[in-house]
Write a protein that binds this ligand. Structure first.
Ligand code: FAD
Length: 815
């Protein structure tokens, strides 16, 4: 049995000890720098020691919701007569603006998809559920009966005891100051007191996570921030509630969120607790943490700052007028972690085998994260899709101190904001620009970001192409960060030819004597094909889940160029390289790519190109080195939009000239500079999936509709698991019945009143004249069935159609 060592006995570390020992691993040691006195409630001084423990389960991410659902269920099951780990008081989120009320409907849709019972309720019901609310300022609410309060210290105590009973050992007063390692493998830790040997070390150090990362040369992108929490004096009106409270529960009122004012509330017996996210971000300088917190009861508490809290107090008295009779009796600025995208940090060190971490995790998700970590560490595969949680999801540009600080501060500011799926971050813009950027700025491009990259979403200079007679079905919400230029650019690509900046598409070069063998082992289709062949293939995990989809161009005997989905793919390939003679190089920033697609693409590119594009030299799914306008390029005859054309790659230094050359040649043909919005429309029309949105690691190729990309003959990672997989869902193409219907993605899909799946991505297609979308649906549904998509509480009819709406035979793309 491996020896596990967990750093941190907070709510995450203790849950992990419980989960590992539940799997039968008994050699589990947990160390904490704070005190762990036997027989006493564990209060190590981390964030869990003072967390008010509100658990709102619904989340835009199904993975996060599943973490929360499991945590609530598990902690509830740990309740005993004298220890309450979870108090199911229910959760109420109120709206004081029409926008918020609409958003609560959207959220109710997520809850349906996530299997969480929740309903939008009217003002009367809000006041019935939470009688302290002033009915005059709320418009309605979202009520989730199974939400509630996690008693973090009680939950730690209970999980710790269970783990100890199964063989685990906990030590307080052990601050880890060194991680021991040999030949890239972790061997244990050294604390201020002694050394411990271990085969696997998991850092669950909460907001100290980046400090632990520093010990092993790992940049953990989390920022410790102060967040205000205060308790009032006793409210006379709550005396009855206290008397009625059962046993040791100190709350009966539902947990309450007033997100329009960045506020949340919970009951503490006769008092109310108030949490506030409306204040300025308060990043904590960890170099001075001892000093900053010296006079506080715990190292995770900063002094309360009254002026920051003043607006919260005024607004709280407005929502809960009974507060006017009381005052704030105690408050603190508690420290916990914020991250660039608000997600947790889970995973293994890329270069130090056996060093894992699970940090930036809320109490809400703690047990769920721990369960997945335990399975991941012991099985090699997580049980859920983790692309929003994996430590490897950031590029090196996203790991700089400035990027992490700025984006994490934005995550803090926006924690309760209504976030539109196309909202763009306001900080750290312009970090990576393609060589075409200046041209695109001149053409009025509206830029959206993809990781660190600026990418044109559409070009204002194309406004003249919009058909003013067409009413596009975009209400205020769907029309945000969108323009009718988007479908117009898509249509022009289908009719003439479009130029697309594909530079931000991440790509790597895989070289070395073992490159062919290695890629064959990793990919669902063999790369043993003639030089110049391009294939579309999948990376599967050990359980047969689709970890990524890639295009692979064989450019030489041992040289391959892969178009990948992000840094997680690089991490995955590096981890599986073992001692193979393979070099993986990220060539994204050093190169650029223009996509030229449309029926006139050949007329545009052929006269410029050193190879004959009229004969069959460069057929569909083939690649070749060539010269365009004097520039050395790599041409790939592939298309994400389903039209004839090429991805043309060049060194970044030649980028501007390449764009100018292609754009000048395109002008007489009416070539349209097009953005990512159009690309999305076109790929939906053509049945092409976007990994991370339509497809993820929870799906098998069959469920994703990607069986065609799995070779029959060669052996590859995940192949054997495929045979045992049961089809749990199917990705389908849906078309709206009503030309004015619109959806965005994430909405529940119902059939005869039952939830049967959810929309993954959607766009309005001018060609089809309808909104089209993909939806992950229950396997019993098939082409020809009609389903309803619930958009902001309204049911819209959609038909399940054949998967490909435009050119199913591929005549255009092969043209
Ligand atoms: P911690 O509880 O901080 O545990 C980490 C442990 O690691 C600590 O015990 C620490 O002593 C130990 N440690 C660190 N470094 C070392 C080292 N070098 N050697 C040994 N041990 C080490 N979440 C919710 O879900 N709902 C809420 O309502 C909520 N409200 C919050 C309100 C406030 C004011 C704050 C501050 C946070 C709130 N949170 C809430 C967030 C939540 O408290 C934290 O995300 C969660 O407790 C983190 O748990 P953890 O186990 O990762 O970290």
């Amino acid at each position: 049995q491996p020896r596990f060592l967990i750093i941190g006995a907070g709510v995450v570390g203790s849950a992990l000890a419980d989960e590992l020992t539940a799997l039968g691993y008994t050699e589990v040691t947990v160390l904490d720098r704070g005190p762990l006195a036997p027989g006493q409630t564990p209060m190590t001084g981390g964030s869990s020691s003072h967390a008010p423990g509100l658990v709102f389960q619904t989340n835009p991410s199904r993975t996060m919701a599943e973490f929360a659902r499991y945590t609530a269920t598990k902690l509830r099951s740990l309740n005993t007569a004298d220890s309450l780990c979870f108090n199911t008081v229910g959760g109420l989120e109120v709206a004081t603006t029409p926008e918020r009320l609409a958003d609560l409907h959207r959220k109710a849709g997520w809850a349906q998809v996530e299997g969480i019972e929740a309903a939008v309720v009217d003002v009367d019901e809000c006041v019935r559920l939470h009688p302290l609310i002033d009915r005059d300022i709320v418009l309605g609410g979202l009520y989730t009966p199974a939400d509630g309060l996690a008693g973090a210290p009680a939950a730690i105590g209970m999980q710790m005891r269970r783990a100890i009973d199964r063989g685990a050992t906990f030590f307080g007063g052990q601050q880890v100051i060194e991680i021991s390692q040999r030949a890239g493998v972790v061997t244990g830790v050294r604390t201020t007191e002694r050394t411990f040997e271990a085969d696997v070390v998991v850092s669950c150090a909460g907001f100290w996570g980046a400090e632990l990362g520093n010990l092993v040369g790992l940049r953990v992108p989390l920022v410790p921030m102060g967040h205000q929490y205060a308790k009032t004096t006793a409210l006379p009106v709550l005396r009855d509630h206290r008397d009625q409270a059962r046993g040791h529960a100190d709350a009966r009122l539902p947990i309450l969120r007033h997100q329009d004012a960045d506020l949340y509330y919970r009951q503490h017996g006769e008092a109310m607790g108030i949490g506030y996210y409306g204040h300025r971000p308060m990043p904590v300088d960890m170099a001075s943490i001892e000093e900053l917190t010296a006079a506080q009861p715990m190292p995770s508490m900063l002094p309360f700052t009254d002026t920051d809290f003043a607006p919260a107090w005024t607004e709280s008295m407005r929502l809960l007028p009974a507060l006017a009779e009381v005052g704030v009796v105690e408050g603190f600025n508690g420290i916990f972690s914020f991250t660039p995208d608000g997600g947790p940090m889970m995973g293994e060190h890329p270069a130090l085998s056996g060093f894992w971490l699970a940090e930036a995790v809320w109490v809400t998700h703690s047990a769920g994260v721990a369960r997945t970590m335990a399975r991941w560490i012991t099985d090699g595969t997580p049980d859920l899709d983790l692309h929003g949680c994996d430590l490897a999801r950031f590029t090196s540009s996203q790991l700089t101190a400035d990027y992490v600080a700025d984006t994490s501060a934005q995550a803090f500011v926006e924690v309760y904001d209504i976030i539109h799926p196309r909202d763009q971050r306001s900080v750290q813009r312009g970090l990576a620009r393609s060589p075409f950027h200046a041209r695109h700025v001149d053409a009025g491009a509206v830029f959206h970001t993809g990781r660190e990259w600026e990418r044109p979403a559409w070009f204002e200079s194309n406004a003249g192409m919009v058909d003013s007679d067409v009413t596009y079905p975009h209400d205020g919400w769907a029309g945000r960060n969108w323009s009718p230029i988007v479908p117009a650019e898509a249509l022009a690509t289908r009719r003439r030819v479009g130029l697309y900046d594909m530079t931000s598409l991440m790509r790597i070069e895989v070289t070395g004597a073992d490159a062919t063998n290695f890629l064959d082992r990793m990919l669902t289709r063999t790369v043993r094909r003639p030089i110049g062949t391009v294939i579309y293939a999948l990376l599967l995990d050990e359980s047969g889940g689709v970890r990524s989809d890639v295009t692979v161009a064989r450019l030489g005997e041992n040289t391959f160029q892969l178009g990948i989905n992000g840094p997680m793919d690089i991490d995955w390939l590096q981890r599986h390289r073992a001692d193979a003679d393979v070099t993986i190089t990220d060539i994204t920033a050093a190169t650029c790519c223009v996509g030229v697609w449309g029926p006139l693409a050949r007329e545009l590119v052929a006269p410029l190109c050193s190879i004959d594009l009229y004969d069959t030299t460069l057929g569909y799914y083939q690649a070749a080195r060539a010269i365009i306008g004097g520039i050395p390029v790599t041409m790939m005859r592939i298309s994400y939009v389903g039209e004839l054309g090429w991805e043309i790659y060049a060194d970044a230094a030649h980028g501007e000239l390449l764009w100018d050359t292609v754009a000048d040649a395109g002008e007489p043909l009416g070539a349209v500079w097009s953005g990512r919005g159009a690309l999305d429309v076109l790929r939906l029309e053509k049945g092409y999936r976007a990994w991370g949105t339509d497809v993820d690691a929870e799906m098998s190729p069959e469920e994703a509709g990607l069986s065609f990309a799995v070779g029959k003959k060669h052996d590859f990672l995940g192949r054997h698991a495929l045979e045992a997989r049961v089809v749990r869902s199917k990705l389908h193409t849906l078309v709206a019945r009503d030309p004015q219907a619109i959806v965005m993605g994430g909405e529940p899909v119902t059939a005869t009143g039952q939830v049967v799946g959810f929309v993954t991505s959607a766009a309005f297609s001018a060609l089809v004249g309808r909104t089209i979308c993909y939806a992950r649906l229950a396997p019993h549904l098939s082409v020809g069935d009609t389903v309803a998509v619930e958009y902001f509480g309204e049911l819209l009819d959609f038909d399940i159609t054949e998967p490909v709406l435009v050119d199913p035979e591929g005549a255009r793309v092969k043209g």
